[in-house]
Design a binder for this molecule. Structure first.
Ligand SMILES: [Fe+2]
Length: 265
């Protein structure tokens, strides 16, 4: 049985918090509120805190239970040896508590409603859903999150020697809310915001992700301010000098082997 908490927000540190806040405001449609030593950014379904500190570091990850009773029941199952001081921010529930994993990443468990910023056509919803950490010892971190905190292991990735190289853990019905990747050094890796459907993922894109038939390149396209298509692509075919001329039928699948195409004629 999953613990039932969902990711509420991450708090990242940065040597230039304003630049990072500006990035998320511009690209993730979030509004910035100064909040003491931190900046709190909110968008429809998503929240992020940023404050001064080293790059690529998590100050904490905050998980949220719907109600305080569930938080209290969960806390009673977490060994007190893992518990540390709650980070000094006033947006947690009074019953919130914090733990630290073996790499020193702090996890806060709190309770309350989700961020209620309304979605608009210009700023669509996307919920902060999972994040990933790099660690030099994935097995040690897996043991912490699974055995001390009760996260549920969904998948493990092993090398040919059977050594755990990555794993994916969940806290509710969604496949992973936390991913752990083996790497030379511990650091924050990424966070992900889940849109209601993959069609929403495509909204900022004019076309793609797809794979062209001619050229076999994977691509997506956005529109520049003048409406020109601007493409980003990868894996284009490498041609030998004597390559025969190819012939493709004029149909959508030729321009996109994976689905819809922009047919210019
Ligand atoms: Fe991810």
């Amino acid at each position: 049985m999953e613990i039932g908490a969902v990711l509420d927000h991450l708090h990242l540190s940065s040597p230039d918090p304003q630049a990072v806040a500006n990035f998320y405001a511009a690209h993730y449609g979030m509004q910035t509120e100064p909040a003491g030593a931190a900046q709190l950014l909110r968008g429809p379904g998503r929240k992020l805190a940023i404050s001064e500190g080293p790059a690529n570091r998590l100050k904490y990850a905050a998980w949220r239970f719907d109600e305080v009773g569930a938080l209290a029941r969960f806390r009673s199952r977490v060994p007190t040896r893992s518990q540390v001081a709650l980070p000094p921010f006033d947006w947690f529930d009074p019953q919130a508590f914090a733990v630290a994993d073996p790499d020193g990443n702090v996890t806060v468990f709190t309770a309350g409603p989700a961020s209620a910023v309304p979605a608009t056509a210009a700023v669509p919803p996307a919920v902060g859903q999972h994040f990933a950490l790099r660690t030099s010892d994935p097995a040690r971190l897996l043991a912490f999150y699974r055995d001390e905190l009760g996260f549920t292991l969904s998948d493990r990735v092993e090398d040919p020697q059977g050594v755990l190289r990555a794993c994916f853990l969940r806290t509710d019905h969604l496949h992973h809310a936390l991913a752990l990747f083996g790497a030379p050094a511990a650091r924050f890796d990424h966070q992900s915001f889940e849109t209601p459907s993959w069609q929403d993922l495509r909204t900022p894109m004019a076309w793609g992700v797809g794979r062209h038939g001619p050229g076999n390149d994977v691509f997506f396209m956005v529109l520049d301010p003048d409406g020109n298509l601007a493409e980003i692509s990868a894996e284009i075919e490498v041609c030998a000098p004597e390559r025969a001329v190819g012939l493709w039928p004029h149909e959508e699948r030729t321009l996109n082997l994976w689905g819809r195409a922009i047919m210019r004629s």
